[in-house]
Design a binder for this molecule. Structure first.
Ligand code: PBG
Length: 328
């Protein structure tokens, strides 16, 4: 009697065959490194909930930026922790604001690296929400139109500081259109917009709020970020951003939203990013520290899965390690 057929296993029999038929290949070029910048000099402050991730100062942040370029990681995205926060988020659009200074330093030190600006206000407001807040006795609302004015100012300021890409993440309606207009009107027609089109109200942002020192002082972000249960709505969000002029789209978080990523990528055909957020990183780190999972294999599997689901590039705190692992 013949052996039972092994049709699918035949192509798994050797490393060579597996390499020949592999459908997805993760490379350092697929990765974007998020960096946190704080005031001061000579800083490299560990973040408790994100082992291996640091808050840098303007002078030291060029270190990891150089390392990214050396490893073939094409881009970084900068988040700022300003020295003072206020209700109007003025640190976000100050000429010598923290990320404006960091962008100039990084562009000067590593000219070929793509430097992306996260455009949001939660790190810059004293209340920790992503825009201008109107409060009544027992509730509050994010004032969309007032927020859009700050969005326009901030986009202009970021482009002037030399950022290559502006990435709005605040989930104010109309933000992409307002940014396109502001950039075009200020001589930055060539600055592309990476829209965090689909951003869920997620527990996976927990560690980021430590890193960026930006937890909301009251309430949560569920009146402007999306309900994790919704996919059709994600397509409406993306469609609006495309209509308003987004050059690239992003889905965030990544791991729990791969169905959304796949559909957004297929439906709109734009370069599409996935943000593998702080909580996704922290889970892998924590399990690895306990010896429960292998960090390298787990992280590379997660990133490969995100790419397989349609990501053209992935924002990940594992970017440098992954690039090293992939290069070795
Ligand atoms: C908002 C912003 C957040 C993240 C990126 N931009 C946090 C939030 O909405 O609370 C989260 C990123 C991460 O968790 O890694 N500016």
């Amino acid at each position: 009697m013949a052996f039972p057929t092994q049709r699918l296993r035949r192509l798994r029999a050797s490393a060579g065959l597996r390499a020949m038929v592999r459908e997805t290949e993760l490379t350092p070029r697929d990765l974007v490194l998020p960096l946190f910048v704080r005031p001061g000099k000579g800083e490299k402050r560990p973040i408790r909930s994100m082992p291996g991730v640091y808050q840098w100062s303007v002078d030291t942040v060029v270190g990891p930026a150089r390392e990214a370029a050396r490893l073939g990681v094409p881009a970084v995205i900068l988040f700022g922790i300003p020295d003072k926060k206020d209700a109007r988020a003025s640190g976000a659009y100050a000429k010598d604001g923290i990320v404006q200074r960091a962008a100039r330093a990084v562009k000067e030190a590593v000219p070929g690296l793509v430097v992306i600006a996260d455009l949001c206000f939660c790190e810059y407001t004293d209340h920790g929400h992503c825009g201008v807040i109107r409060k009544s006795r027992d509730s509050f609302i994010l004032d969309n139109d007032a927020t859009l004015e700050l969005v326009a100012k901030t986009a202009r300021s970021q482009a002037e500081a030399g950022f290559d890409v502006v990435a709005p993440s605040g989930m104010a309606d109309g933000q992409v259109g307002v940014i396109r207009k502001a950039l075009d009107a200020s001589g930055h027609r060539d600055t592309p917009i990476l829209a965090y089109a689909v951003k869920y109200s997620s527990a996976f942002y927990g560690p980021f709020r430590d890193a960026a020192e930006s937890p909301p002082a009251f309430g949560d972000r569920s009146t402007y970020q999306m309900d994790p249960a919704n996919r059709d709505e994600a397509l409406r969000e993306a469609a609006l951003d495309v209509e308003e002029g987004a050059d690239m789209l992003m889905v965030k978080p990544a791991m729990a939203y791969l169905d959304v990523l796949l559909e957004v990528r297929r439906r709109f055909g734009l370069p599409t990013a996935a943000y593998s957020v702080s909580g996704e990183y922290a889970m892998v780190k924590a399990a690895a520290e306990k010896g429960w999972m292998d960090e390298k294999r787990t992280a590379l599997e997660v990133l490969t899965g995100i790419k397989r689901a349609g990501a053209d590039f992935i924002l990940t705190y594992h970017a440098l390690d992954a690039a090293r692992w992939l290069g070795a």
